[in-house]
Design a binder for this molecule. Structure first.
Ligand code: UTP
Length: 398
C-alpha cells in the first residue's frame, strides 16, 4: 500500500510534512513512516468491558510454609535442569521517579552505593549457588535506555553474575498521539515514540532470537525492576506452580485495604484475570468473607511465572493495547512544547493481560514486608524512602 494511502486510512496524513528536512533526513523519516505498523490504533482497549467477577483461591503463606520443603525440592530441580529463565523488565521510562537514567541504575544506598540492579543480580547469584547452576537472565530494555543499561552493568562487572548467562533484548516502541489521535512528533522528522508496555516482552524476546539459544527453558519468571525486595527464581514459587499444573503463577500480597493501588487477581468469567485498581468496582473492592478478610485480596506484585508453551501459543499474541493519558513533549511548526497538563496518549500492552491468556494461574502469597517494596514515586507512597525503610527492616545495610 502507498504510504500516503496508509497514513490516510488511519487519519495520519499530517505526518507527510517535511518541515525543511534535507534529503538525507527526509529519506530516514520516510523509511520510519514506511516501517510504521499503525494497527495499534485500531487495536486499543480503552475501557475493556468486564465479565463476571469472582474471587480466586490462592496458596496462603501458611499453606506455603507447611509445604515449603516439597515445593523447594521441585523448584530447585527445575532450576538446576535449566528449565527456568529469569526475565528482568527494565524497559519502562520511570517517569514518576523523574530520572532519565535506567531505574535499575538508581542508587538506593545511604552510606554506600547500592544499585537496584545490584540487588537483583546478587539475589539471582544466591539462587544460582543454591541450585548449583546459573539461571539464565534476560534483561528487557527499551531503545532509549538500552545502551546506558548495558554500559552500566558492564562497568559494574554485572555485580558478580557471569556475563555468559546474561542476554539483553530491546522492546518495541509505539508512537504517541495527541488527544485527537494524531501522532505527535518529538522533533523535525522524528516521531514521538515510547516503549510499548511490559506486555510486549514475549514478542520482543522471540524476535531477538535468544529463545533459540536456550532450548531447555520451559518457564519464564518475569519480574519488575522497581521492586527492590524482589525475589526472582524463587524455588518455592516455581515448585508450587509446577505442581499445581497451572500455566502461570503470580506472586501476590494480601491487600492492606480496599483502596490500595495494586491490580487484583481474581476470576473473570471463570478464568484468572488481573483487574487494575481503578477498574475494580468499589463494592467488589470492599467485599469481605466470613472471617472479615477482603474477598478480593490478592494484589499482584509483578512477579509471574509463565509456561513457555503457553506463550508460544499463537493466540498469546492477542493482547490489546491500553491507552494511557500522559504529558507528552512534542514539536510543532518549529516549536518544542513541554505541556503542563496531559496532552496526549501513550499506547501500552500490559503483562497482566497475559494472565488471562494463560487460562489457569496459581496465586502464591508472599510476605509483603519481605518481598514487596516498589520504587515508583519520588516521595510518598511506593517511593525511595518507603523502599529504604523496607530494605533496612529486612536487614539490608544501606
Ligand atoms: P511501570 O508500569 O511502573 O512503568 O512499570 P515505568 O515506566 O517503570 O514507570 P512510570 O509509570 O513511567 O513512572 C512496571 C515494570 O514494567 C517495566 C518497568 O521497567 C517496570 O519494571 N516496563 C514498563 C517495561 O519493561 N516496559 C514498558 O514499556 C513499561
Amino acid at each position: 500500500m502507498e504510504l500516503s494511502e496508509k497514513l490516510k486510512r488511519y487519519g495520519q496524513e499530517h505526518l507527510l510534512r517535511f518541515d525543511g528536512l534535507n534529503d538525507e533526513e527526509r529519506r530516514a523519516y520516510l523509511a520510519e513512516l514506511e516501517s510504521l505498523d499503525l494497527d495499534f490504533l485500531a487495536n486499543r482497549a480503552e475501557a475493556p468491558a468486564r465479565g463476571n467477577i469472582a474471587p480466586i483461591e490462592g496458596l496462603s503463606c501458611e499453606e506455603i510454609e507447611a509445604r515449603r520443603e516439597e515445593f523447594e525440592k521441585v523448584g530447585l530441580r527445575a532450576l538446576k535442569e535449566g528449565k527456568v529463565a529469569a526475565i528482568l523488565l527494565a524497559g519502562g521510562q520511570g517517569t514518576r521517579l523523574g530520572s532519565a537514567a535506567p531505574k535499575g541504575a538508581f542508587d538506593i544506598g545511604v552510606t554506600r552505593p547500592l544499585y537496584i540492579f545490584e540487588l537483583h543480580l546478587r539475589h539471582l547469584l544466591s539462587v544460582s549457588r543454591l541450585c548449583g547452576a546459573f539461571v539464565p537472565l534476560f534483561i528487557m530494555t527499551n531503545a532509549q535506555n538500552d545502551r546506558a543499561t548495558r554500559e552500566f552493568l558492564k562497568e559494574h562487572g554485572y555485580f558478580g553474575y557471569p556475563a555468559d548467562h546474561i542476554r539483553f533484548f530491546v522492546q518495541e516502541m509505539l508512537p504517541s498521539t495527541d488527544l485527537n489521535g494524531k501522532i505527535l512528533l518529538e522533533d523535525r522528522g522524528k516521531l514521538a515514540l515510547s516503549p510499548n508496555g511490559n506486555g510486549g516482552f514475549y514478542i520482543s524476546l522471540k524476535k531477538s532470537g535468544i529463545e533459540r539459544e536456550f532450548p531447555s527453558v520451559e518457564w519464564y519468571n518475569v519480574f519488575a525492576v522497581d521492586n527492590v525486595l524482589q525475589r526472582s527464581a524463587d524455588p518455592a514459587f516455581i515448585g508450587a506452580t509446577l505442581l499445581s499444573g497451572a500455566a502461570c503463577g503470580a506472586k501476590v500480597v494480601a491487600k492492606r485495604s480496599p483502596e490500595e493501588r495494586v491490580g487484583v487477581l481474581c476470576l473473570e468469567d471463570g478464568k484468572p484475570s488481573v483487574i487494575e485498581y481503578f477498574e475494580l468496582p468499589e463494592a467488589i473492592a470492599r467485599a469481605r468473607d466470613g472471617a472479615g478478610r477482603l474477598l478480593y485480596r490478592w494484589g499482584v506484585t509483578l512477579n509471574y511465572l509463565f509456561s513457555r508453551r503457553m506463550l508460544e501459543d499463537p493466540s498469546s499474541k492477542g493482547i490489546g493495547v491500553h491507552v494511557v493519558k500522559k504529558k507528552i513533549p512534542y514539536y510543532e511548526n518549529g516549536n518544542y512544547v513541554l505541556p503542563e497538563t496531559e496532552n496526549g496518549y501513550k499506547f501500552e500492552t500490559l503483562i497482566l493481560d497475559m494472565v488471562r491468556l494463560a487460562g489457569t494461574c496459581l496465586p502464591f502469597e508472599v510476605v509483603r514486608e519481605r518481598e514487596f517494596a516498589p520504587v515508583k514515586n519520588k516521595s510518598g507512597e511506593d517511593s525511595v524512602e518507603t523502599a529504604r525503610r523496607l530494605l533496612s527492616a529486612c536487614g539490608v545495610e544501606l
